[in-house]
Each structure stands twice: as C-alpha cells, then as structure tokens.
Design a protein. Structure first.
Length: 605
C-alpha cells in the first residue's frame, strides 16, 4: 500500500440508471408525475373533508379507510420526491457551478413545498381524532402498518401553526432560510485557495486544502491552517448573514409553534427525551479528561507543549500505510464479509455499480454523505478520498449508511423516516468493524500507534468536537433570540465552546474560530442541533458492537431487524430490545470506556 494520494484513480458516481440526464424526458415526466400526485393528494383530502370545516368522522372503519387512502398517496409522492431530489442533488453536490442542476434543485424544492400543506392538513386532522384513531388502527391494515407514524403525528400536531401559516412558512422558506443555506453551500464549495507545495502553487478547493491537515509535514499543516483562516476570513460576513438567517427563522417558527426552544424540536426529531440527552452529555463531559490526556500525549509526540488545531489530524506513528481506492475497496469487502455476507453484498454492489464519488475537485462540497435512491433500491456515497486510513474509515462509515438504506427498502417512505440518532447506527458499526480489523492487523507497536491515532482522531471529533458544536449552537440560539450576531460574535462563541470542551488539550493560541463558517450542519433549515446525534450514534453503535462481540453470529439477525425498523419507534424503545437503558448514564459510560481503553493503550505505547 505505497501509492500516494495523488496517484489514486478515484471514481465518480453514475446515476444514469435513475434518469438519463438532467434534461431528459424521463426526468421531466417524473417531475410532472410528482406534481400530479401532489394534486391528487390535495383533491383526495378535500373530497373527504380532511381539514378545516370538514365533517367529523368517528366510525373506526371509515376513518381507517380514509387514512389508508391518504397513506398510499403520501407514500407514493414522498418516494418519488426522495428519488428525484437525491438524483438532482448528485449533480449539485459535485459541481455547484452547474446552473441547470441548481435550477432543477430549486424546482424540486418548490414541489416539496407544495406537498407541505397536505401533510399539515392531514397531521392536524389526526390530532383531532382521539379514540377514533385507535379504532382505525384496528380496522385498516395500512393504518396498522403505520401505527407509529400516525400516533407520533397526532402527538406532534400540537406544535403546528394554522394551516395557512404553515403553508406560508413553507413557501417563504425558499426565499428565506433555504436560500441562506444554499448561499452557504455555494460560497464554501466555490472557494479556492492558492497554496504552494513542492515548489508549485495550486488553487485548491476547500476540502482539498483541509485534507492537508493529514500531511506528515508539520509546516504544510501549519500553512494549510493559516491559508484556511485567511480564505474563510474573506467570506465570513456573508456566512454570518446566512447563519443569522437560518437560526433566526428557526427561532421564530419554534416560538410560533409553541416550542420551548430549538432543542425541544431537535429532541422530538431525534426521538429521544431530555433525560436521555442529559445522561449522554453527562457521560461525555466526564470523559473529557481522558481525551485531553490523549491530546497532550499527542502534542508531546509531535515535540510541542500544547497541540495546535492544525495538528489535531496530524499522523503519529511509523505506519507508511496509504491506500489506493482499489485497496480500500478490497479491504472493506474482506472485513464486511467476515461480519455478514449481506453487508459485503451491499458494498460489492456499491463498488460495481459506481455508487461512490471519491475525487476532490472544484465545485464539489466537502465532507462525506450517503444519499438514498428509493426508486432503484440503491444509494450514492460522496467523499473526498485522499488515501489516508481516515478516509478508509469514512468510506466504511458511508457504506454503513448504504447498508441501512438497503434494509429499509422494503418499507414505505413514511416507515423509513429515521431520526439522526439512529441513522448513525449502521455507519458507526461498520466503521468499528474496520477499526478493529486494522488494529488486529497492525505490524508492530509503531503501526498500532498510527492506527490508534486515526481511531482517536475520529472519536475526539465525535465526542469532544461535537460537544463544542452543541455548546456553540445552544448559545447562538439563546443570543439570536435577542438580536442578530456579528461574525465576531460567532467566532467568539466558537472559541469559548472549544475552550470548554478541548480545555488545555489544545493550544489556546491555535484554536479554530471559523469552524462555524464551513460546516453545513449549522445551516440546515429542517434540523437544528445537527451535532449530538453523531455522538449518540457513535456511543450507541459502540454499545451494539460490544453486544456483537458477546453474542457473535446470533446477534446479526437482531441487528438487521433493528436497522429495518429505525423509522418505526423511539430510540429508547428500540434499544430496549437489546436490554439497553439509554436514560441511564451507565450505558453511555460503558461505551466511552471502549474509547478510553484505546487512549490508555495509546499513551502506554
């Protein structure tokens, strides 16, 4: 495994089996079909008196039949929408300069907004049914299959504004928070940074520049950090406006909907309660001394008294191991196959079917994600592969999402709606499979150290950095409720959050005040606090992996059944199948002990 990242032959994804192209007749027909399905749903609801002024139906069988008819139409529209949206986004995500893709994505978003009034009308109606809803679940098979969705929707209906207000909010979102979110993505994906390396100056997109934090040369890492700070400084004012717009809109809507705060909505979306979140956060905070011990040890290994931000991802240890994409593919297939043939089969389909887009390039967004394409029963994975072990872990992580999607393909669109807390279950599990395999395969102490380093970099990001993001967003919402914040305000809050979490594990002169600018998670219009679910996923996945180690092959059918039902229950209820109590700090502490043992080993080497 000696090839360098620059020599890698990196794949681009292929979505031609979904639709032939952005301007194809097939896509145009699909868009027309979606519009027709939305109209049909609207007419069905109006024709059966669902909504304001409609007749009150109390007969269980009649209510069940009506609910069944709505569910059939809503599931069909959501399935088609999800496919079209994902398809168009595959073009937007890899080339933000593409005007056709941007225009079509805007059209798709507008169609989603058209669907919103029907969903609101149906949900508010469900909230009025009372005992008739329970009777409908007995009388109608389709309703019974969607019992969790229907019950949850009825409960959450109390947090809806009036139907006209919800419709207006959805329509205005395209010109408000969604527009701000798109601007953030465009600014960051089109940002190119001049950087000199090996005597040549290149214009690097932001993800490629950030990949240099893995470079073995400390001077390259330091200069990459300084270049990133300068680049983000150049766009901080419009990005501050974007963040003010997104968070301001979220605050206003939550207040008008009767929510306590944005965290209230985030917890309901995550399908957990505050005792669960408090138990997890408490265990995370108690683990910070162990993580700071790791960071200080790393600083010492690098010959420094304290660790600067640009060395957080620095390689440590004597491993010369780098991967071509083909080598990463072969290794993942081998290790997945040792867990289950079905997992390996999904990964094999992903590689053979060109589901993965791995090459960093101008106009492509940073980070990594997995998209579901329900109409063809496939997924697509975006990443920015650089040959590092960390990117092998990332590839395994995203293929875990694809495996999860595959397990949900037999479910309807509404049965598949999985909260972020559970959406990370399979991805973390798959990442753990690869981490354990690489550690077991270490050639000696030096390579073991390098592998532990990579694993602990990831764990630090998901425990410590996620905690800093949680603190940042919490304070931003509190202050945004009073007034807009300046770019300096956001940076000050970010530095304070990093100080409270990383503590003396980081050099106070070299934190990263602009982490709020490029992270797309802060700019999601539909999901606030897009941070703690990652920690939940890591620790829940680690807990499940520990059960797998105890139970062996007998665990796998239970695990796959869990993945197939993540859209049909609250997190605590699904975890209870395995005898796990998420409201007790002990569960989270036990999961963190797995990481702390790795820290102990790292410090001992």
């Amino acid at each position: 495994m000696t090839a360098t990242a620059s020599a890698l032959a990196l794949p681009h994804w292929d979505v031609s089996n979904v639709y032939p192209g952005l301007e194809s007749d097939e896509l145009k027909r699909a868009l027309a079909d979606l519009a027709a399905q939305i109209d049909d749903l609207d007419h069905y609801l109006a024709g059966h008196g669902v909504g304001a002024g409609g007749a009150v139906i109390t007969n269980g069988a009649a209510v069940g039949d009506l609910i069944g008819g709505v569910l059939d139409r809503l599931n069909a529209a959501l399935r088609l929408y999800a496919t079209i949206r994902a398809y168009v986004y595959t073009f937007v995500a890899v080339n933000s300069f593409d005007p056709i893709a941007q225009r079509l994505y805007s059209e798709v978003q507008a169609l989603r907004v058209r669907l919103n009034p029907a969903e609101v009308r149906f949900q508010k109606w469900l909230g009025t049914l009372g005992p008739a809803l329970a009777a409908a679940l007995v009388e109608n098979e389709t309703a019974r299959q969607h019992a969790f969705y229907l019950t949850e929707s009825a409960e959450q209906s109390r947090y809806l504004m009036s139907e006209p207000e919800e419709t207006l909010a959805a329509e205005l979102s395209l010109s408000g928070p969604t527009a701000w979110s798109k601007l953030q993505n465009t600014l960051c994906s089109q940002l190119v940074v001049p950087f000199e390396k090996n005597g040549q100056t290149e214009r690097l997109p932001l993800p490629a520049l950030q990949n240099l934090y893995h470079d073995p040369d400390p001077e390259v890492r330091r200069r990459a950090y300084l270049a990133e700070i300068v680049a983000l400084e150049s766009v901080r004012e419009p990005l501050a406006a974007c963040l003010n717009g997104v968070k301001g809109a979220a605050h206003t809507l939550n207040r008008r909907r009767g929510r306590t705060d944005a965290l209230h909505e985030a917890l309901d979306q995550a399908r957990i309660d505050r005792p669960t979140l408090d138990a997890m956060l408490g265990a995370m905070w108690d683990s910070f001394p162990a993580f700071r011990r790791y960071l200080k040890k790393k600083a010492g290994r690098l010959g420094k008294h304290a660790l600067p931000w640009y060395d957080l991802l620095a390689p440590v240890g004597a491993s010369e191991r780098t991967y071509t994409f083909a080598e990463a593919e072969a290794f993942i297939l081998d290790q997945f196959g040792r867990f289950s043939p079905r997992l390996a089969g999904v990964a094999r389909r992903a590689f053979a079917g060109r589901w993965v887009d791995a090459e960093p390039r101008a106009g492509k967004r940073g980070g990594a994600f997995c998209l579901d394409l329900p109409a063809v029963g496939e997924s697509r994975v975006l990443m920015n592969f650089d040959g590092s072990l960390d990117q092998v872990f990332t590839l395994a992580h995203e293929l875990g999402h694809a495996f999860h999607n595959d397990g949900l393909h037999a479910r309807t669109a509404l049965q598949r709606v999985t909260p972020m807390t559970l959406a990370e279950t399979a991805s973390i599990f798959c990442e753990t499979i690869i981490t354990e395999a690489v550690l077991a395969d270490a050639a000696g102490p030096d390579e073991e150290l390098a592998i532990l380093e990579t694993a602990l970099i990831g764990a630090t990001g998901v425990v410590v950095d996620i905690a800093s993001r949680y603190l940042f967003e919490k304070e931003v919402f509190e202050r945004r409720a009073q007034a807009e914040l300046s770019a300096d305000d956001f940076s000050e809050i970010m530095l304070r959050a990093q100080a409270e979490t990383y503590g003396d594990g980081l050099d106070p002169d070299f934190r990263h005040k602009y982490m709020w600018t490029w992270k797309p998670h802060y700019y999601r219009t539909d999901l606030s606090f897009y941070n703690f679910p990652y920690a939940f996923g890591l620790l829940f996945g680690a807990g499940l992996y520990a059960l797998y180690q105890e139970r062996g092959a007998a665990f796998i059918p239970e695990y796959e059944a869990l993945l197939a039902s993540t859209g049909e229950g609250r997190a605590a209820d699904l975890a209870a199948r395995f005898g796990l109590d998420l409201r007790q700090r002990a569960f989270w502490e036990n999961s963190l002990k797995v990481i702390e043992r790795r820290i102990d080993r790292y410090c001992a080497l």
